[in-house]
Design a protein around this ligand. Structure first.
Ligand code: 5GP
Length: 194
């Protein structure tokens, strides 16, 4: 998606530890016009599948998922990060290792909002090692719902998540795939660049 790649090049900041900061339009301040274009593009790429629900993870996935959901005309459910104990029974839960914070946390979704019969599209801002998406996919599996695909705004193609999820047969659509980035020079190469 060219306007997204242009924006990443213009405003993205490459930090230590292979972290790409896009706080000015995606992760802190949010460019809603751009989110609208992202929503349209996901709808175009997933035009052939039926979606009844969008599932994301708090916090940074929520804003994007909400705008994307307008193009699919379906509700958004976000998995909550929690430390609450004794929640088994009413919720689906799994563990996720955080890429940016380096710790493990539980994510939950209430059984009230996900179940057999749902056709779920996962939406998230970044794909790195795939832990967040794998966690969401596990919740979908546990609920008996069908996972129809995953839409990612920025995939870091030099990390293992994309290959891992595609090899598991998950239909993955990433709007910008970063092939490599150089912190020193502050340059980014995208997968389909010449
Ligand atoms: P994964 O679970 O695929 O390893 O990491 C994905 C999650 O970590 C995303 O939900 C995102 O919030 C965060 N993340 C991973 N890499 C980056 C990055 O380079 N920049 C930002 N802003 N977030 C990232």
């Amino acid at each position: 998606m060219q306007i997204l790649k242009d924006r990443i090049r213009k405003d993205g900041k490459i930090k230590a530890g292979n972290v790409l900061k896009v706080d000015s339009f995606l992760n802190h301040q949010m460019d809603i016009k751009l989110f609208g274009e992202i929503g349209k593009e996901f709808k175009r790429r997933f035009a052939d599948v039926e979606v009844t629900k969008i599932l994301t993870i708090e916090a940074s996935g929520i804003g994007i998922a909400c705008i994307v959901a307008q193009y699919f005309d379906v509700p958004v459910v976000f998995a909550k990060k929690t430390q609450t104990k004794n929640i088994a029974g009413e919720v689906y839960t799994t563990k996720v290792e955080s890429y940016t914070h380096g710790r493990v946390y539980d994510i939950i979704v209430s059984k009230e909002f996900l179940g057999a019969g749902d056709k779920v599209l996962l939406i998230d801002d970044f794909l790195a090692n795939g832990k967040a998406l794998e966690g969401l996919a596990a919740l979908v599996r546990d609920s008996g719902a069908e996972l129809v695909g995953a839409g990612i705004v920025i995939e870091k193609g030099f990390q293992v998540g994309g290959d891992l999820l595609r090899s598991e047969g998950i239909r993955l659509e990433s709007l910008a795939i970063v092939e490599s980035m150089d912190e020193e020079a502050q340059t980014i190469v995208f997968r389909d660049d010449e």
